[in-house]
Design a protein around this ligand. Structure first.
Ligand SMILES: C[S@@+](CC[C@H](N)C(=O)[O-])C[C@H]1O[C@@H](n2cnc3c(N)ncnc32)[C@H](O)[C@@H]1O
Length: 276
């Protein structure tokens, strides 16, 4: 219900509403000095709910444990938001490693440059104004965007809760670009909503429902296309991923579809992708 109301707001107003809702807590936190360094005020966190710092730490554990992230890796964080993954990575990556984030929301990039790049010179962030109707009304199409990075320039690519807000021609283009910019042994840590026999059979237990077919994907909201997007497993694995010359190395179903939390690594489904 709340989610539906949120989607009814114009994209810009979603940021304003969040800022206003958390203003009392944010004022209190800054007055008492409760907010830690490099952690944004709650009203600025447009990338989801929950404990920003704890979720970041948990993501780092997953990058290491199931992704094989190493301290000297060159990391590309696509849809870097407001630094949820970058923050814990500052104490994991060594000087030999590096971090590059990009995102279409300028506020997040400005925050990360000011608070993270200023302290860690190997952490860089690019603002790229791409269209995504959950976050902004204007911008260039992500379906033919060429990443501004050289071939073979990253070892580890992160997309947490990003492909779950992108439609199939955009995902297809991004996977091809990722294949281009990663090294031959590159690793892609990505999350999705994946529809298969198991997840759809549990759908009555889930508050996440994808009822609107739209080409190669399913939408949660017919009006806000990028609100949440799901993919049928066969189309995703055999058409979208395979045609980008990548393969699924590991698949961990998430608890969004009604699986017990304790048996899952994360809310969304995790795919580790590699070159064949
Ligand atoms: C749910 S947030 C997740 C942010 C971050 N990955 C995290 O886990 O904290 C989704 C992010 O994807 C970004 N995004 C949306 N469309 C994008 C696109 N075409 N390319 C890159 N990032 C995009 C949004 O601006 C937002 O920061």
């Amino acid at each position: 219900m709340l989610r539906k109301l949120y989607y009814l707001l114009p994209a810009k107003m979603r940021f304003v509403a969040r800022r206003a809702l958390f203003l009392p807590i944010d004022l209190w936190d800054s007055w008492t000095g409760k907010r830690a360094d490099m952690v944004p005020p709650k009203g600025m966190i447009f990338t989801g709910s929950g404990d920003f710092v704890e979720q970041g730490k948990r993501l780092l554990e997953l990058f290491k444990d199931i992704g094989g992230l190493q301290p000297d890796h060159r990391v590309l964080d696509i849809g870097s938001g407001i630094g949820r993954s970058a923050l814990p990575l500052t104490s994991f990556l060594t000087d030999k490693g590096s971090y590059q984030g990009f995102d279409p929301i300028e506020k997040g990039i400005v925050w990360c440059k000011k608070n993270i790049s200023s302290r860690y010179s190997n952490f860089k962030f690019d603002y790229i104004p791409l269209k995504n109707d959950l976050y902004r009304d204007d911008g260039a199409s992500a379906a033919n965007f060429k990443f501004p990075y050289a071939d073979n320039s990253f070892d580890f690519v992160i997309l947490t809760s990003v492909f779950s807000h992108m439609v199939s021609d955009e995902v297809q283009n991004y996977l091809k670009e990722i294949e281009r910019v990663i090294s031959p042994s590159g690793i892609v840590f990505s999350t999705f909503f994946i529809l298969d026999k198991e997840s759809t059979s549990r759908s009555e237990r889930s508050s996440f429902k994808f009822l609107y077919p739209d080409g190669d994907h399913w939408l949660m909201d017919a009006k806000v296309i990028s609100a949440n997007v799901a993919y049928e497993k066969e189309i995703l694995f055999e058409k979208i991923i395979a045609s980008a010359q990548l393969k699924v190395d590991k698949f961990y179903p998430g608890f969004w579809s009604g699986l017990p939390k304790t048996s899952c690594k994360d809310f969304q489904d995790i795919l580790i992708l590699k070159k064949p």
